[in-house]
Design a protein around this ligand. Structure first.
Ligand code: APR
Length: 241
């Protein structure tokens, strides 16, 4: 932890990559942990265009369930710690795989959403996006305002879909210029987000993993801080005044 705090204190550009483990202590289940199943389905079976095309009501119900869970969730001390890092570090970028918006709620500004936003809905005909915080949403996937024959879908990136190019470009640029890359609460198994870690290593950033479990990339990182985000991140951020 001493070396990690020193690297954070001296870093010119801190980049943080977060995954579902960052939201776990706010009560939002991770995808591949013991609570990752919903009605015997895994995320990989529901978060796909094919699943939505064949069973739109089931997929919509899963997102409605997640929205209701997220609406009750509160950011934890780890989120606050990331906001403190952004306030104190010369340059700070948070790249998140999460769609819950908890980082925004603690005021983090330089935020890159790789996998979209659960609070958005998208017209399946024209792609128009609208933010909608209604909880719950209608029980069935509603039809679009502009194209009544088209269904609305959640504004998130599904398996097999490309990440938003602007978000991906911002993430790559930040990691290529990072001198510290903090990887928090991700199993590092979903591509292309996980490739940002190896990119950071290749570009010479100090890399630190914050996770109670090891991951396939743990051994490639400079440091592993085994533990929960809500305790490790505040301890790290306390290096700043
Ligand atoms: N603090 C830090 N890490 C934690 C905590 C915690 N309190 N609790 C769990 N973790 C770790 C787990 O050990 C695991 O390594 O968080 C990680 C969660 O991994 P996944 O469930 O695979 O989530 P993630 O890596 O974000 O998945 C990536 O897959 O399903 C898609 O789009 C979805 O964005 C998601 C992507």
């Amino acid at each position: 932890m001493i070396q990690a705090r020193k690297w954070l204190r001296d870093a010119e550009h801190v980049v943080v990559l977060t995954g579902a483990g960052m939201s776990a202590e706010s009560g939002i289940p991770t995808f591949r942990g013991p609570d990752g199943i919903w009605k015997q389905f895994r995320a990989e079976e529901l978060a796909t265009p094919q699943a939505f095309a064949s069973r739109p009501n089931l997929v919509w119900e899963w997102y409605n369930w997640r929205r209701e869970l997220i609406a009750k969730a509160e950011p934890h001390a780890g989120h606050q710690a990331l906001a403190h890092m952004e306030a104190c570090a010369p340059n700070f970028t948070l790249i998140t795989q999460n769609v819950d918006g908890l980082e925004e709620r603690v005021g983090i500004r330089n935020l890159v959403r790789l996998h979209g936003d659960i609070w958005e809905t998208v017209c399946t005909r024209c792609g128009e996006r609208r933010r909608n915080h209604d909880v719950p949403l209608s029980s069935m996937p509603p039809h679009c305002f502009c194209h009544p024959e088209a269904l609305l879908r959640p504004g998130v990136v599904w398996y097999g879909e490309a990440l938003p190019s602007s978000a991906w470009d911002r993430a790559v640029h930040a990691v290529e210029h990072a001198d510290l890359l903090l990887v928090v609460g991700t199993s590092a198994v979903v591509y292309p987000a996980s490739s940002l870690i190896t990119l950071g290593i290749r570009h010479g950033a100090h890399t630190i993993e914050v996770n109670p479990q090891s991951t396939p990339l743990s051994n490639d990182m400079d440091l592993r801080l085994a533990g929960a985000a809500s305790s490790i991140l505040p301890s790290l951020a306390s290096v700043f005044p």
